[in-house]
Design a binder for this molecule. Structure first.
Ligand code: ZN
Length: 430
């Protein structure tokens, strides 16, 4: 005899609970917030709205416009002479990664830090990222911390720790021997790895199913690492499994061949593409995929390169990035913002990517769109975030000046609201 409560009993309990909490919410009318400032950037039209008022209730924007009437009893948050923008989005983070620049930094991280500690580091990184104005991130591999990214995402969603809305890729999937840590003794057979290493289509499919089963919101594959790695036949089952579950696949791909293999297998975004050629961008466009350039690191590191060889590599990468941005714009390829932070120093400096893209030829409005509307579309969250519109989450930031005239303002975000909750306000309120 089965002593377990039946499924019907359990779902009745769940439903009763839901109805109870729903009616409790109805009894207590929720607060209306009226957020106002001097200017608001409408990222879709590119125009500046003067004297905007945004009405917010229950996490969402209920009305937005110039000089809207503020309802009686609303809590007014007046930011004075500020510019409002949608919360920024970073589509390529590694919140769980604080890898040192020691040549064996990756292996040392795996050797010395527990996954519990990695999760706590992730919580700290999530907090600084949110406070920098990034209200959503697409975290594209936990870098050897297993499923700690799932735990962090869930802890944020439950309000246990502060952080951006997260989509997580969990472990990532790479070809055996083609991802960190490199140069390990072959005797260390059980040493943990960064990505989940696979060989062959069946292992690829199993890895995809495991990661989706453990809570991935998207999957990440490595299509090359210096040389092409995963084959089309290995990437295809991963894409099949993801798409069946309505999830997307991000592909690390630098080389034209890696990009071609990944797109032929059906991935949804090309991360990096630093060696891409014109045919790469033609294929990205043809497949309606996104490009996430991740160029900010190079832009800021080139001046402090310790020796001529890495400096030369960085200069060449930046030169190609300038050409690639021009080609992508000419062909109408969708660009999404992603900084690729993976060290303690980089987390929270995500705006550097937006600034670097403008220095390499992307007009400021397009760079801001890459970090708002385009990014939300890549995440499949275009109905929820990415612009300040009625019905969307009240994920809103503010800066002092005009970010179109001075994109550097985005490095100094002074006000952050996520889901209608003020996370940070450095403006004097009136
Ligand atoms: Zn990365």
């Amino acid at each position: 005899m089965d002593k377990q409560p039946s499924r019907a009993t359990l779902s009745c309990l769940a439903l009763c609970f839901l109805f109870t909490s729903a009616s409790a919410q109805q009894n207590a009318p929720s607060k209306i917030i009226a957020l106002r400032a001097s200017r608001m950037l409408d990222v879709k039209s590119g125009s500046i709205v003067r004297d905007p008022v945004i009405l917010i209730q229950d996490e969402k924007i209920t009305a937005v416009g110039a000089s809207l009437k503020v309802p009686a009893g609303a809590e007014v948050v007046d930011l004075g002479d500020a510019t409002l923008l949608p919360g920024l989005i970073d589509c390529h983070t590694h919140l769980m990664a604080r890898i040192s620049d020691d040549p064996q930094g990756y292996g040392l991280t795996l050797l010395t830090k527990s996954q519990a500690f990695r999760a706590l580091e992730g919580a700290a990184d999530a907090r600084v990222t949110l406070r920098a104005g990034f209200t959503a991130v697409r975290d594209v591999e936990s870098e050897g911390s297993g499923y700690a990214d799932v735990a962090l995402r869930d802890a944020i969603n439950q309000g246990l720790v502060d952080g951006p809305r997260m989509q997580v890729a969990t472990r990532g999937i790479a070809a055996v021997g083609k991802y960190f840590p490199f140069d390990l003794s072959p005797d260390l057979v059980d040493f943990p790895t960064g990505a989940q290493m696979i060989s062959g289509p069946e292992e690829a499919r199993r890895a995809a199913r495991e990661q989706i089963g453990h809570g991935a919101n998207l999957l990440k594959v490595y299509a090359d690492w210096g040389v092409p790695t995963l084959t089309i036949d290995e990437i295809r089952p991963i894409v099949e499994e993801a798409h069946k579950s309505k999830l997307k696949v991000a592909a690390h791909a630098d080389s034209p061949e890696g990009i071609r293999n990944a797109l032929t297998a059906g991935v949804d975004s090309i991360e990096h593409g630093h060696q891409a050629d014109r045919s790469s961008f033609e294929l990205i466009k043809q497949k309606n995929a996104f490009w996430v350039p991740t160029i900010g690191y190079y832009f800021y590191a080139v001046d402090t390169a310790k020796s001529p060889q890495p400096r030369k590599h960085m200069e060449e990468t930046l030169q190609r990035a300038r050409q690639n941005i021009s080609t992508a714009r000419e062909l109408g390829v969708k660009i999404a913002n992603g900084f690729d932070p993976a060290s303690a120093e980089e987390h929270g400096k995500n705006a550097r990517e937006i600034i670097a893209m403008t220095k390499l030829g992307l007009p400021p409005l397009e760079a801001i769109r890459a970090a708002t509307a385009n990014a939300s579309e890549l995440m499949g969250w275009q109905e929820k975030i990415g612009s300040i519109e009625t019905g969307k989450y009240a994920d809103i930031i503010a800066v002092s000046g005009d970010p179109i005239a001075d994109i550097g303002e985005l490095e100094h975000v002074k006000f952050v609201m996520k889901g209608g909750v003020v996370v940070k306000n450095e403006f004097a309120t009136h």
